[in-house]
Design a protein around this ligand. Structure first.
Ligand SMILES: [Zn+2]
Ligand SMILES: [Zn+2]
Length: 315
């Protein structure tokens, strides 16, 4: 087997975060937009953020195995974010889901999930744990999950996926040290010194640190201070964009109904040094005005895209 720096960087260091938008509508779905749900894949983890009605069908259409889901993050208990849970749980049971499913959400999540299983799941139950998520609520060697409360007129929280900093091989140092292409190099990535050609090579001789990626999920909410903490320095922010500021008193409506406008989302992205903004959770009233939604945010923050169902991106 041939070992090259490129192979090693790809295999051990360069794991991508993949995001699939499964639903991008707000309270009422349209012909082309299902209720909110997003899947984040990183290494062996498949984290589902919200699970609106019919999300499991979206999962099927996207050719994702529902049994690959490892964790579910619930932002709040409005139907357009949770009506898909009973069906998904039933499918996992029928498909003999073998893992323990971790479900995180605001205060009350345990009672909420227990009741779904009590009233809806009469077939085979799965093993699960429902956990109230506060601040940094999960951490492993690869990433952290954080939650921060939002302002949606009910218990609602946004989420941060934070990849840990990664060690990468410095190609110039690799050449300079005249290291042969050997599987031994992988040990150095685990923090161990190695001996090559009678020379001890320490991790610091060869590696440098690359900053981990930050992705923030900000829905549903109206403009509020805590959004800044979620968005700050995100490589990608996915933000509620239910209304248009410049149309039919959109900003007033956004305040009244506890949502954001695309202009407000653009401001958040700009002020908090976000690298890319993706807007989602669109009202059906703008079904034929999507360009206006995009233009409004782009005027303030050019690196903006609109989410659509089944859109896949790599971060
Ligand atoms: Zn919603
Ligand atoms: Zn809501």
């Amino acid at each position: 087997m041939r070992f090259s720096i490129l192979d090693i960087n790809l295999k051990y260091l360069n794991m991508k975060i993949n995001i699939t938008f499964l639903g991008t509508a707000s309270a009422i779905p349209t012909k082309t937009r299902n209720h909110t749900s997003i899947l984040l894949n990183y290494k062996d983890e498949n984290i589902l953020i919200d699970c609106g009605e019919a999300s499991q069908r979206q999962i099927r259409i996207a050719k994702i195995n529902p049994c690959s889901i490892t964790r579910i993050l619930i932002t709040h208990f409005h139907g357009d974010h949770v009506f898909g849970l009973p069906g998904l749980f039933q499918t996992l049971g029928l498909n003999n889901y073998q893992k323990k499913l971790y479900i995180y959400g605001p205060k009350g999540i345990k009672e909420f999930i227990d009741n779904i299983f009590k009233y809806f799941i009469t077939t085979k139950k799965i093993e699960y744990e429902a956990i109230e998520a506060h601040d940094k609520f999960f951490e492993n060697k690869d990433f952290e999950l954080h939650s921060i409360p939002l302002d949606h007129g009910c218990r609602c929280q946004g989420y941060i996926f934070k990849e840990k900093d990664k060690l990468r091989i410095n190609k110039d140092k690799f050449k300079k040290l005249k290291i042969p292409n050997t599987p031994e190099i992988t040990k150095i990535l685990k923090g161990k010194s190695i001996k090559i050609n009678n020379k001890i090579i320490k991790p610091k001789d060869l590696l440098y640190k690359e900053k981990g990626k930050k992705i923030s999920f900000i829905f549903d909410t109206r403009m509020t201070e805590s959004i800044k903490k979620l968005a700050k320095d995100s490589d990608l922010s996915i933000i509620d964009s239910t209304f248009l500021s410049g149309s039919d008193k959109g900003e007033e409506k956004a305040f009244e109904y506890y949502h954001m406008t695309s202009e407000q989302a653009g401001k958040i992205a700009k002020q908090n040094k976000v690298k890319e903004l993706i807007l989602t959770h669109f009202s059906q009233r703008y079904e034929h005005k999507e360009k206006s939604i995009l233009d409004e945010a782009k005027k303030i923050f050019p690196n903006t895209r609109l989410a659509h169902d089944f859109m896949r991106i790599e971060v």
